[in-house]
Design a binder for this molecule. Structure first.
Ligand code: C2E
Ligand code: CA
Ligand code: CA
Ligand code: CA
Length: 279
């Protein structure tokens, strides 16, 4: 018992304690943020490479902290995932993004696709398809204008369950895309079995187009593979004209990145879309 006690004591080292305390504090704050509506969405447009037109938008969550300012998702999504708070955050993001997309259509703009990120825990909620259906009903958004982005880490869990959940979502009429493609290790043969429409090439490959011949080859191969499987390809993290030229030469469908636009507020998005519509 004494030994055990000592081990326990070691486990709760002062460092660990401080870290746990910080996390507990942050968890409580995050709960408050959800209640107080301190989360907000920014939107990054996706451009059709051929025409230069905005055809899609990705919704990206931020935490507008009263003292610390805008906190990026990287600083709170994993905590939300660990604590389960991601389920309520995720539902809020879905509702907000669908309502925003519906509002753009109501403003007379031609319909765009709204992409929303799903975390593994959120994807694995058995009632996710019912939640999505309800949100579509309440916001009045047609399902075809919603795209759910999932990462390969989801896929690596249980294949049959994953496919089953994807099919239930597909049956609602929403689109599914694989995000950060190439960074996980999903077998290529899985791709054929998934009811998906889009592959998003991770920005780590796009970044090194031109300078790293391996990454350049990977990007070219992913575009060719996706097209063979009748999937649409989105390149993310496009920052330079050279990257865009290469993607265009390979027939990549859509591009998203700082070259076109950073993630922007709903107001700025509306302005951008209105100026595009005006020609
Ligand atoms: P992601 O899904 O890969 O989203 C793209 C991230 O790349 C965004 O970061 C975006 O600002 C950034 N980005 C876009 N274009 C460029 C570029 O040209 N250059 C560079 N360097 N970066 C670019 P953000 O908004 O900080 O989001 C980070 C990650 O947080 C997202 O990566 C996604 O995994 C996660 N995330 C964001 N919103 C949500 C959400 O609502 N739910 C969940 N589960 N995860 C989210
Ligand atoms: Ca994404
Ligand atoms: Ca991504
Ligand atoms: Ca990424």
């Amino acid at each position: 018992a004494k030994e055990l006690g000592r081990n326990n004591y070691q486990f709760y080292s002062p460092d660990m304690n401080a870290k746990t305390m910080r996390q507990l504090g942050m968890e409580a704050e995050l709960r408050k943020a959800i209640e107080r509506n301190d989360l907000c969405l920014h939107y990054q447009p996706q451009f059709e490479i051929e025409t230069g037109q905005v055809v899609g938008i990705e919704a990206l969550v931020r935490w507008n902290h009263p003292e610390r300012g805008m906190i990026p998702p990287e600083d709170f999504i994993s905590l939300a995932e660990e604590t389960g708070l991601i389920v309520s955050i995720g539902n809020w993001v879905l509702s907000r993004a669908c309502a925003q997309n519906r509002a753009l259509q109501d403003a007379g703009l031609s319909p765009l696709r709204m992409a929303v990120n799903l975390s593994p825990r959120q994807f694995n909620q058995r009632d996710l398809p019912e939640q999505v259906a309800k949100i579509l009903r309440v916001t009045g958004l047609e399902p075809c204008w919603l795209e759910l982005e999932i990462t390969e880490s989801i896929i690596m869990q249980d294949l049959e369950t994953t496919i089953d959940q994807m099919v239930r979502l597909m049956e609602l009429g929403v689109r599914i895309s694989i995000d950060d493609f190439g960074t996980g290790y999903s077998s290529l043969s899985y791709l054929k079995r998934f009811p998906i429409q889009t592959l998003k090439i991770d920005r780590s490959f796009v970044r090194d187009i031109g300078s790293d011949s391996d990454d350049t080859a990977i990007v070219a191969a992913v575009i060719a593979l996706a097209h063979n499987l009748k999937l649409e390809v989105v390149a993310e993290g496009v920052e330079t004209q050279d990257q865009l030229n290469f993607l265009k030469s390979r027939g990549c469908d859509l591009a998203q990145g700082f070259l076109f636009s950073r993630p922007i507020s709903a107001e700025a998005l509306l302005e951008l879309l209105l100026s595009q519509a005006a020609g």
